[in-house]
Design a protein around this ligand. Structure first.
Ligand SMILES: [Zn+2]
Length: 378
């Protein structure tokens, strides 16, 4: 098996899991946050910088790499790791989410999905088999099954049909996957907010014996309490000896709340995307560095942070760069936000080790300001 999971310990206070996922390109500790490198690059960061800040696994998007430069070029380069010079682990998604979220002209059939390229308008088709072929060429350590991700909210009847189709597609993915010894394929549990459908989806997928499972269809616009409720009844349906990945989640509160419910892996464009707007995550909450009040503020972004950005640059300087659209400004804000989340996950793992993740949650939420009635979140 390309991917194995080692459970190190369970937090006595919360049931959260401390573990390790082993991949063909090394292992990483869990719970873990995965920075997103859509086009085989985490925007503005070099692989050396990612390594420096403690990233151990990154995510790349199949849909985007398929359209450009094309998976054949990545394969010819020796796979994604060689192509982008990243020696840690990589996960690729299936392209399904982008097909459903980026293209408006799409037609879903049993065979797959017809849609238009969001850049050129060209007609394209993606199916479970094709998503596997592309991901086999990209060569990531972890690949994802091709699923349907319905929008929120979706009617029960539609969701039921969609869950059944996703299970049939998952079987076709397993059959179409040609490199099971080098690449681990994860199944994706869907079912929206409906417990019965999550149960059915988890039952179908766990019977297919994937080396890991994702929970999809969350963080698509539903309130946070709905997400937590879905996790409460879905996570226990997944096997203990395999990694669990909550897709598309990356706000500090949700990373803690997901870990607390037994999730091991997370990814999200949030920290890198907001960094390019000049919005920063700090130990005292959200900081919008463009604001005029920082024009003469020569303190670091976060006085409790020891990242490269905070050790060397001031709010005033970063504000100036971001307002002037200078690339270096976006590099500094991206570095800080990713470092902040990777360090946060380190603190989450430490708290699990010491059986106090519940206490840590309270302390963090208090300091971050999440407990205030009008707290600004992400
Ligand atoms: Zn920092």
């Amino acid at each position: 098996m390309a991917i194995t999971y080692e459970l190190i310990k369970t937090c006595k206070q919360t049931g959260a899991r401390l573990g390790r996922v082993h991949t063909p390109h090394g292992s990483f500790e869990t719970p873990m946050f995965m920075p997103v490198g859509t086009l085989a690059t985490v925007k503005t960061m070099s692989p050396e910088e990612l390594e420096q800040m403690g990233a151990q696994i990154i995510l790349s998007n199949t849909y985007h790499l398929w359209l450009r430069p094309g998976e054949d070029i990545v394969e010819e380069a020796g796979g994604l790791h060689k192509f982008m010079n990243w020696n840690g682990s990589i996960l690729t998604d299936s392209g399904g989410f982008q097909v459903f979220s980026l293209s408006d002209l799409r037609q879903i059939e049993e065979e797959g999905v017809h849609f238009r390229n969001h850049i050129s308008g060209e007609k394209l088709f993606l199916s479970p088999e094709k998503a596997m072929r592309i991901q086999n060429s990209l060569g990531a350590d972890i690949m994802m099954a091709f699923d349907e991700c319905p929008p929120y909210p979706a009617e029960y009847d539609y969701m039921k049909k969609s869950v059944e189709r996703t299970s049939r597609w998952a079987e076709r993915c397993l059959e179409g996957h040609n490199r099971p010894n080098d690449q681990g394929l994860f199944g994706i549990v869907q079912g929206g907010e409906y417990e019965e459908l999550r149960r059915q989806s988890a039952k179908d997928l766990t019977s297919m014996n994937f080396p890991g499972y994702a929970i999809g269809g969350l963080s698509v616009g539903e309130p946070k309490d709905v997400m937590n409720r879905v996790l409460d009844f879905t996570t226990p349906l997944l096997p203990d000896h395999k990694p669990r990945y909550l897709m598309g989640v990356g706000s500090p509160d949700s990373l803690i709340d997901g870990s607390l419910r037994g999730i091991d892996m997370f990814d999200c464009v949030l920290p890198t995307r907001i960094a390019r707007n000049g919005t920063l995550m700090t130990s005292e909450g959200r900081l919008v560095v463009r604001n005029a009040k920082f024009a003469r503020d020569f303190r670091p972004i976060d006085e409790n942070c020891n990242c490269h950005t905070c050790r060397n640059y001031s709010r005033a300087y970063i504000r100036h760069l971001v307002k002037a659209n200078e690339t270096f400004g976006f590099r500094l804000t991206t570095y800080h936000n990713l470092h902040f989340l990777l360090k946060l996950m380190g603190r989450v793992r430490e708290a699990i080790r010491e059986d106090r993740l519940g206490d840590f949650r309270e302390e963090f939420f208090e300091q971050y300001g999440f407990n205030k009635p009008n707290a600004k979140n992400f």
